[in-house]
Design a protein around this ligand. Structure first.
Ligand code: 2AM
Ligand code: CA
Length: 268
């Protein structure tokens, strides 16, 4: 069992690790070529930068908590199942990175028995670390943060991702939901890094984020950030299966209560 002091020490080392890996990612942004890009799936791109960043992260984490297993986006390490698991997205927002849009992140969570107990989302370009230890609140560069207090949807800024499932029914449902937000909320954004979207809810920049077909490495750290900042996290059916199911709503409580029924009806 890791004590709070041990988790706090690991958190400090993760911040340093993310800063170091960010230096690598930023330097490579200028060098990466079209010919370096592999298409994993439709709209799912990867380069040597994602893979080498992951290798650097795993190497350090092995020294930090030798007994832990791994779930990683790029699969550069054996994906095994242990009581303690690192869940890693070495570069969340790869499309932004490849198009030199300066908005992408590193996401690392430590899970115990499937439950995130430590999370960091690091904004690579701004060198900002969002961190949380279960039961001990959320921090942005070591200053405490909370979700927004508003419960009026007219003042709410909503963030989402566009559907990766290209069948017409998914696109239509997604557009209906966007229409609802345009008509009833202050604004809607599509920023391109799920991990940072969650960090933005946690730090009170935006009110609510929803998206589906996500993977556990996109959201494990960010979901802990939101919960520890006083927010609500659920799947599209109001349940707790978002890490497995990949659909997620993360919000301040007041806006969640008003928007959940709409998301559930149109997308659930
Ligand atoms: P990535 O940049 O690590 O690939 C954008 O909406 C967010 O969704 C990014 O965090 C992106 O992660 C993630 N994403 C990647 N592939 C996806 C998919 N097939 N469906 C949904 N989200 C995906
Ligand atoms: Ca990702």
């Amino acid at each position: 069992m890791l004590s709070y002091t041990q988790l706090s020490d690991i958190k400090t080392k993760l911040e340093k690790l993310c800063q170091e890996v960010s230096v690598f990612i930023k330097a490579e942004m200028q060098k990466v070529q079209q010919t370096d890009i592999e298409v994993k799936d439709m709209n799912s791109l990867v380069t040597y930068v994602d893979k080498n960043a992951e290798i650097k992260i795993v190497k350090s984490l092995k020294e930090l908590v030798p007994e832990a297993g791994y779930i990683t986006e790029e699969g550069t390490v054996v994906q095994d199942s242990k009581e303690l698991m690192w869940v890693i997205d070495p570069l969340d927002g790869t499309t932004n990175f490849l198009y030199k849009i300066p908005h992408f992140s590193i996401s690392i969570a430590l899970m115990k028995d499937g439950d995130p107990i430590l999370g960091i989302v690091h904004d690579v370009m701004l060198d900002t670390s969002y961190t949380a230890i279960k039961g001990h609140g959320t921090y942005e560069n070591n200053l405490p943060v909370k979700v927004r207090k508003d419960n009026n949807t007219l003042d709410a800024v909503i963030v989402t991702g566009f559907p990766y499932k290209r069948e017409p029914q998914h696109i239509d449902a997604s557009l209906q939901m966007i229409r609802y937000c345009v008509e009833n909320c202050r604004g809607i954004r599509r920023l391109g890094s799920a991990a940072l979207d969650l960090a933005y809810v946690a730090s009170g920049k935006i009110d609510l984020y929803y998206e589906n077909t996500l993977n556990i490495w996109d959201i494990a750290a960010g979901a802990l950030l939101v919960k520890e900042a006083g927010g609500i996290v659920s799947d599209y059916h109001g349940g707790n299966t978002y890490l497995q199911d990949g659909s997620i709503i993360a919000s301040s409580p007041g806006v969640y209560d008003k928007m959940y029924p709409v998301i559930n009806k149109l997308l659930g």
